[in-house]
Design a protein around this ligand. Structure first.
Ligand SMILES: Nc1ncnc2c1ncn2[C@@H]1O[C@H](COP(=O)(O)O)[C@@H](O)[C@H]1OP(=O)(O)O
Ligand SMILES: [Mg+2]
Ligand SMILES: [Mg+2]
Ligand SMILES: [Mg+2]
Length: 311
């Protein structure tokens, strides 16, 4: 049955299932309490959860879609041995298989797709106990553009009657829309979200000029875009390098499918082809709609844009 479903839709449905499994790995590592923290660089950490969740995602997707290009944040050591069988997810999410595929993506082949994997976005927050900020990101791009994405939040709690459900999975597909949450209009006044763990004078300067009524400092690109999608903030500003393609691919795809926009601080879209460089050197500017994006873009001083673009 599933072979008649376009590969983009199947891959999105598989990504939803695998992100859910990776989220359980993230929780299991935390409850065991052995985080195995490695410092990769300044303010840049990796834990056992980042490593294991990435292995689960890449092994599961590449087993089913061998011709994909998959780029994950964490480097593999190459001597990790066999992957546990219960980390290999092969069942796609059934509901997503019936999504209507946009006409321009119907005949896209596996080899035309680049998948960007951030197995754990918000690692600093994970190690410091801000668990709600943590997400698992799987972004699907075609011809340099993010066309579909998954943002899984392993610690999100929902009550269904008296039963507590842990974790939720938000998805988006170009033209088909978004799911896994209730989209909510933006707040009446300008609420901005930004980094809580990677600030610097340029980041602060870009915030000062926005004239916001409130600034929400939270971790992770995925979580900040969730705040936009759920009407808690209207603009995400980060006028600094630091984020990479795996941080923004899935959030950009989901936000765009919901009518929003994510670019660099000059208003240019990032490209997500297999040969691009990983850093998002010119920062992040995202908003729930074009009007707010343009407002924020015009407020950022040219001087800051010039610094980030090395002019
Ligand atoms: N200076 C940096 N070094 C490493 N990663 C960064 C840096 N700045 C941002 N990131 C990545 O972008 C995400 C969003 O940034 P912030 O939370 O500061 O707004 C971070 O959670 C982190 O992803 P990750 O946690 O996956 O390594
Ligand atoms: Mg990291
Ligand atoms: Mg990240
Ligand atoms: Mg990460």
């Amino acid at each position: 049955m599933s072979s008649s479903v376009p590969v983009i839709v199947r891959l999105l449905a598989s990504s939803v299932s695998v992100a859910h499994r990776a989220g359980k790995i993230v929780r299991d590592v935390m409850s065991k309490g052995e985080l195995g923290i490695i410092e990769k660089g300044k303010d840049d950490y990796q834990t056992e959860a980042d490593r294991s969740a990435q292995r689960c995602i890449i092994a599961s997707l590449s087993a089913q879609y061998p011709k994909l290009t998959i780029i994950g944040e964490e480097e593999s050591s190459g001597n990790e041995g066999e992957i546990a069988n219960d980390w290999l997810v092969s069942e796609p999410d059934k509901e997503l298989l019936s999504l209507k595929c946009p006409a321009n993506l119907q005949s896209i082949k596996e080899e035309d797709i680049v998948v960007w994997v951030d197995p754990l976005d918000g690692t600093s927050e994970y190690t410091q106990g801000f668990l709600e900020h943590v997400t698992v990101l799987i972004g699907i791009s075609v011809n340099d553009k993010p066309v579909a994405g998954v943002i899984h939040q392993p610690y999100y709690k929902t009550m269904v009657g008296s039963e507590k459900i842990i974790g939720r999975t938000i998805w988006g597909l170009q033209e088909a829309g978004v799911g896994g949450f209730t989209p909510t209009p933006p707040p009446d006044s300008l609420v901005i979200t930004t980094t809580r763990s990677h600030s610097n004078p340029a980041v602060e300067k870009a915030l000062q000029v926005m004239n916001a009524t409130q600034i929400l400092r939270v971790g992770g690109a995925g979580y900040k875009v969730l705040l936009l999608l759920e009407g808690k903030a209207s603009v995400y500003v980060f006028a600094s390098p630091g984020c990479k393609k795996w941080d923004t691919c899935a959030p950009e795809a989901v936000l765009a499918a919901a009518g929003g926009k994510l670019t660099d601080i000059c208003g240019n879209f990032y490209k997500y082809g297999s040969s691009v460089t990983h850093p998002n050197k010119t920062g992040v500017l995202a908003a729930v709609n074009n009007e707010l994006h343009t407002y924020a873009l015009n407020r950022i001083p040219q001087e800051l844009k010039d610094i980030l673009t090395n002019k």
